[in-house]
Design a protein. Structure first.
Length: 231
């Protein structure tokens, strides 16, 4: 079976010489099936980001394993995992227009120009920014910028998209609307994704299943129905 398999993962940060290290992730196991979107939900500091970064290959595992499509990713560097990353501040390239921001990963892949342009306009369509390709990113609102960042992260067709609080810098109303659009975009593109958020409503809007974390541990995983009918 395809998708992401996280098994008994532990992430630790070293303390000072006097000790006091942190176990940020304390033995988490989780699967994200091919085509599925799972949200990691929990309060600030519970280890969501550390787990996501460990999956990305940005933090070493103190124990456990991360595999994709059955392949253990130990020793596979970040850029060889075939994953996409999207953070809170999308960090667009200010000197590239919207289209060339979205095309960035495709240029690196060496995709031909007409193929690039086709994929860029499809994705701008998908995120509700059709016709924006030649706009300067400096003219965009915060919500529009995150839409561009989402399109850019999807352009190389990552086999897994990792999103770390991608909507948290936006105001509440915009977040609700964008959460629906993110869900639709991930569905339309058939993208497998792990979405970190501290916002309960956002988690259930975006994801097929929600994984609830606290204190570095996974408390429960399920659909909205499964979690709300739990005793
Ligand atoms: P969340 O994403 O749920 O807010 P984090 O994974 O960012 O949680 O943090 C989990 C714990 O690990 C917190 O206690 C945090 O302070 C600590 N932590 C996170 N990153 C580091 C780091 N680079 N060095 C040391 N401690 C860290
Ligand atoms: P977030 O709100 O996304 O969890 P934070 O503001 O907690 O981010 O942390 C920002 C950066 O600092 C991250 O790279 C995180 O890994 C790191 N960090 C978080 N907590 C600590 C800590 N206690 N010691 C050192 N670095 C930390």
């Amino acid at each position: 079976t395809g998708g992401l398999t996280v098994r008994d993962v532990v992430v630790r940060y070293a303390g000072s010489r006097r000790g006091g290290g942190t176990t940020a992730v304390d033995g988490v196991s989780l699967a994200v099936d091919a085509g599925e979107v799972v949200a990691l939900l929990g309060p600030s500091g519970c280890g969501k980001s550390s787990l996501l970064r460990a999956v990305a290959g940005l933090e070493p595992l103190a124990a456990g394993s991360v595999a994709f499509d059955g392949e253990d990713l130990a020793g596979v560097p970040v850029h060889r995992r075939g994953f996409g990353l999207l953070f809170q501040e999308g960090q667009l390239f200010p000197h590239r227009d919207v289209g060339r921001n979205v095309a960035y990963g495709l240029e690196i892949q060496g995709l031909a120009r007409d193929e690039r342009e086709g994929r860029v306009s499809e994705l701008l369509d998908a995120v509700g920014l059709a016709g924006y390709a030649r706009r300067a990113v400096t003219t965009l609102s915060g919500g529009q910028r995150q839409r561009v960042a989402l399109a850019r992260s999807l352009a190389p067709r990552p086999r897994l998209l990792l999103l770390d609080e991608p909507l948290s810098a936006l105001d509440r109303q915009l977040r609700e609307r964008l959460a629906l659009d993110v869900r639709a975009t991930l569905q339309d593109t058939g993208t497998t994704a792990l979405f970190v958020t501290h916002d309960h409503d956002e988690a259930f809007t975006v994801a097929d299943r929600v994984a609830v974390m606290d204190g570095g541990r996974l408390l429960q995983v399920g659909t909205r129905d499964e979690l709300t009918s739990a005793p």
